[in-house]
Design a protein. Sequence first.
Length: 290
Amino acid sequence: MIDNTAGILWALGAAIMAAFTAVLAYRPLRQMGFMAATLLTNFMNMLVLGAWGWWIYEPGQYSTEGMLWFALMGVTAYSYGRVVFYKALDIIGPPRLMTISTTAPLLSLSLAVLFLGERPGLPVLGGTLLVIAGIIMVSYEPSEGRWVQKGIFWGFASALSLGVSVFLRKKGLAAMPNVGLTVAWSNLVSFPVLLAVRPLMPPVLFHWKMGWAFWAMLGVGFLNSFNQILYNLAVLHGEVSVVGPIISASPVFSLLFTALLLRDTDRIRPATAAGVLVTVGGMAAIALGR
């Protein structure tokens, strides 16, 4: 039996930091394009994580296989994944997005079972049903004649990227256990990918100008760098099927930070709060079932 204690603690830290940075990014995102915000965040990740990775580098850590896994993550997580995350964050707000993101471990759990030989416990089924119930509660929108919250599918697109990235991190870190250089490389890979699609995208998506939003997004990128370190440490020291659900406890913290920092812009419905708690309860059942 693998001791997942360290992984769980790192995962809890990652969940708190993920919720905090998502809430901080909400206001500046309304002042710039999503692609511009992605480039700024990735640039700061590359600098901070690159410096940290060189500082902790040990001889023999380099691995071509690890670099290839994280290059793939540069496309899935730091190009596609980050763009859809910011798009969803702007449309549906932090609590709903972070709750929908809890579906990500269902994908990473499946990949862990199929390709990493992990064997989750029986409570996974009950936890999965709770997750589905919670997602329905936060997705339901009774106003304006809609049954589903506008833009909710952007949240599921973000969850898809997150679920795949947990698996890619695990494979990459198994080959190259440097929690800084690996993600710095992923962010570097994202630049040519994002810039290659620029001619095909509306110019407004790349819009930015010097001002408070610019500096705020750089700050978000700086804090997000520490979130990436926590995320990698969790995956490095714990099983994917355990740390994935713990990381997805972020909706609870997102609800708290939203109430504290965004109470004038994002109203939290009782159904949303209940859905967050039900979903996190489901993910806890999955984790404890291990």
